[in-house]
Structure formats: structure tokens, C-alpha cells
Design a binder for this molecule. Structure first.
Ligand code: GLA
Length: 390
């Protein structure tokens, strides 16, 4: 993870003496996968991997961006509304700027330096992190105070309309609303949320299979269409159904038998996952981590067998975790098809867990995984330049 002091020094040398710096976190999802775009429930946490954006003013309407990670620069004119996505990291920046402008926020030109330590393509939502950090930075720079909820929605819109990924609201929402030491339970229909304290004696351990996922690839959007097909069919018998959120397993049993078999299973995953999230909330409130872990394990099974978004490496990583000591539960996290697992591990067992999972995963695949012990972190914020050197 990025050292604050190092960051401050680099930025100061690039921008002059008083840079304004903003940061937004990545996220890990504890439970509630592929439920957000079905108007259901999710329980992510913001984590201490971040994207940092430094802003210096320009007197025209040009946004000039340089990325330290990619060692690339690019610029665009805010008055050029004809931009199209290019399949490039800059799409996230340009998409957000364009979407903010379309929503009526007239932005000022700026020089942006972007740097991040979020593993890319690992299912930890580096995309929402860059969108929210950039959006917040551009708005602050242009003198707008915006509700966090509005920022999350506009960043989601940028990803859907500009980047072309029909994502839900979870990632952008938690990048805006995360809190230290808290998981966030979000109702993706009403956008009401609760911050749930995580016990101090457990750690969020993230295991990276090192298989890069390709979410913008057709699979994610295809799952969404399958869910919509399910809703369309079920609503004929159940007119109050607007989303899978409104369907129970009994409803699915009674009215879903004519659905294509794969669509039936997609619906079963979403419906059962929504129930698991609410049960997980109760378990967390009761400090029943064994129950919470069981629900994580069931979530993985359902994602693997019914939703079919896991892969051999994720399944292996989950199995190895379950063989280690001190683990309450393990599951894939994020969109799937590679990326990471999330493991709820007793604090005192973390080192052993890390060693044994890394060793066994490398033995089986020949690939050394990355394992991160994370803490739940705060959402997007301005970082005082002087606080960085602490
Ligand atoms: C991606 C999307 C989210 C969510 C997850 C799956 O991270 O951006 O909106 O749908 O996949 O739970």
C-alpha cells in the first residue's frame, strides 16, 4: 500500500507547494453478490487501497491527466461532447467528467495527477475508486458541494453509459460512504444504508488468484439480461414483481418452472443471496461469526453452481482457505471470473492463514498469489497535504 510520506513528496515535486489531494477507496464485498442490480441487498466495506488524485487549476476548460501507474498522459476539452470510450483507463476519468457536465455541473479546467495502489482487474473495484476520486476532486475544484449519494449515482451512470459496463450501485456507493471499521449494509432499491461495526478480533483477508477478470466482457451484462428475463416471466403471474428483490423462493418454485434452466438458477442465486445478506446482518449484530462465515460459504456455492461466475482458481482458493485454521468463511468477491476471495479470519490466525494458503495455492497452480490483510476504511475525502507526512 502507498506510503503517505512518499506520496506527499512525489506530489509536491509535481505540483508545487500546496497540492489539493483527494482519495477514494477500493472495496471488498463481504456478502451480497450480483444482487445490487436486482434492487437487493449488499454488504461491502471500503478498504485501505486507494486512488489518489491531485488537482491544480488551469484557466481553460481542458482536463489534462497524468497517470503515475501507467506512465501516460492525456487531455480532453470539456466542451467536446463527442467523446467515445476507447477501452482505456482514461475512459473512467473522461466518462465521469462528461457525466458531471451533462448533469449540470460546469467544471473548471484542471491538471490531474492520478496514482493508485488498488490491484487492477482483481475484483476490488479499482474502477469505482478512480471514478469517485476523480468526480469528487473535479467537483470540489469547481466549487460544488454534492451529496455523496448523488456522486455515487453519477459515477455509476458514467460507468454504464460511457464505459459500457451495466454495473449496479454497490461499488460507487461504498467508495462514497465507507467508514473505518464498518461494513455497509445497503438496500439497493431505497439506497438506505447502515454501517455495521466489524468485530476487532477478525480480519478481512483478501486472496488474489492473480487471474484477471474481464467484467466489461459480455458475461456480466449477460447475467443482468438473464435476471431481466426472469423478472419479465415471473411478473406475468405476479404483477407486483419489479425486480428479483420482490420474488421469494416459493414464488420462483411456483411460477418459474417454465424458465430456461440457466435463467431459473440465476434467479435462485439472487433470491437466496438476498436472504443471506439479511441473515448475515443479524449474525454480525449477534457477533455470531460462525453463522456469518457459513453464509459466506453458501454464497460461494451459489455463485459457483447457480450463477456460474466463479472459476477453478477461485474455487481452489476458497477450498484452501477452508482447510486453514481460524477461518470463519470464504467466498469469491466482486463480479467473478477471476480476481479475489474474501476471507473472515481470526486476527491471531492471520499469519498462519496467509502462509498456508499462499504455499498451497502456489503448489497447485505454480502461481504465487497476493494476500492482503485489509481494514475497513473511510470513503472519499480530501487529504490535507500536511497530514500526509505523518
Ligand atoms: C461488479 C459491479 C457491482 C456488482 C458486482 C457483483 O463489481 O460493479 O455493481 O454488481 O460486480 O456483485
Amino acid at each position: 500500500m502507498i506510503e503517505a510520506k512518499e506520496l506527499s513528496t512525489t506530489f509536491q515535486s509535481l505540483c508545487g507547494s500546496e497540492p489539493r489531494i483527494y482519495r477514494a477507496p477500493a472495496r471488498v464485498n463481504l456478502i451480497g453478490e450480483h444482487t445490487d442490480y436486482n434492487e437487493g441487498f449488499v454488504m461491502p466495506a471500503a478498504i485501505n487501497f486507494s486512488t489518489w488524485v491531485t488537482v491544480t487549476p488551469r484557466d481553460d476548460r481542458v482536463i489534462a491527466v497524468s497517470s503515475e501507474n501507467f506512465q501516460e498522459t492525456f487531455k480532453f476539452d470539456l466542451d467536446d461532447k463527442t467523446a467515445r470510450e476507447r477501452g482505456h483507463w482514461s475512459d473512467y476519468v473522461r466518462g465521469v467528467a462528461l457525466t458531471l457536465e451533462q448533469a449540470g455541473y460546469r467544471l473548471k479546467g484542471a491538471q490531474l495527477q492520478i496514482r493508485g495502489d488498488v490491484p487492477i482487474g482483481a475484483g476490488l473495484s479499482s474502477s469505482a475508486s478512480i471514478e469517485v476520486a476523480t468526480g469528487y476532486a473535479l467537483l470540489q475544484h469547481s466549487g460544488f458541494a454534492i451529496e455523496r449519494i448523488e456522486l455515487a449515482k453519477l459515477c455509476q451512470r458514467a460507468e454504464q453509459n460511457f464505459v459500457g459496463m451495466r454495473c449496479g450501485i454497490m461499488d460507487q456507493f461504498v467508495a462514497c460512504h465507507g467508514q473505518e471499521g464498518r461494513a455497509l449494509l445497503l438496500d439497493c432499491r431505497s439506497l438506505e444504508y447502515e454501517l455495521l461495526p466489524l468485530p476487532e478480533d477478525v480480519r478481512l483477508v483478501i486472496c488474489n488468484t492473480m487471474v484477471k477478470h474481464q467484467l466489461a466482457g459480455s458475461e456480466y451484462n449477460q447475467r443482468r439480461s438473464e435476471c431481466e428475463e426472469g423478472v419479465h416471466h415471473l411478473a406475468r403471474a405476479l404483477p407486483d414483481v419489479r425486480a428479483l428483490r420482490d420474488v421469494s423462493l416459493a414464488d420462483l418454485e411456483a411460477h418459474g418452472r417454465e424458465l430456461p434452466e440457466a435463467v431459473y438458477r440465476r434467479c435462485r442465486h439472487v433470491i437466496s443471496e438476498n436472504t443471506r445478506v439479511l441473515q448475515a446482518k443479524t449474525a454480525l449484530e449477534n457477533r455470531d461469526l460462525s453463522e456469518f462465515g457459513q453464509l459466506m460459504n453458501e454464497s460461494h456455492r451459489s455463485l459457483r453452481d447457480d450463477y456460474e461466475v466463479s472459476c477453478a482458481e477461485l474455487d481452489l482458493m476458497v477450498e484452501l482457505a477452508r482447510e486453514a485454521h481460524g477461518v470463519y468463511g470464504a467466498r469469491m468477491t466482486g463480479g467473478g471470473f477471476g480476481g479475489c476471495t474474501i476471507n473472515l479470519v481470526k486476527a491471531e490466525s492471520c499469519t498462519d492463514f496467509r502462509d498456508s494458503v499462499a504455499r498451497e495455492y502456489e503448489r497447485a497452480t505454480g502461481v504465487a498469489p497476493e494476500i492482503y490483510v485489509c481494514r475497513a476504511a473511510v470513503g472519499v475525502s480530501e487529504v490535507a497535504a500536511d497530514s500526509l507526512s505523518n
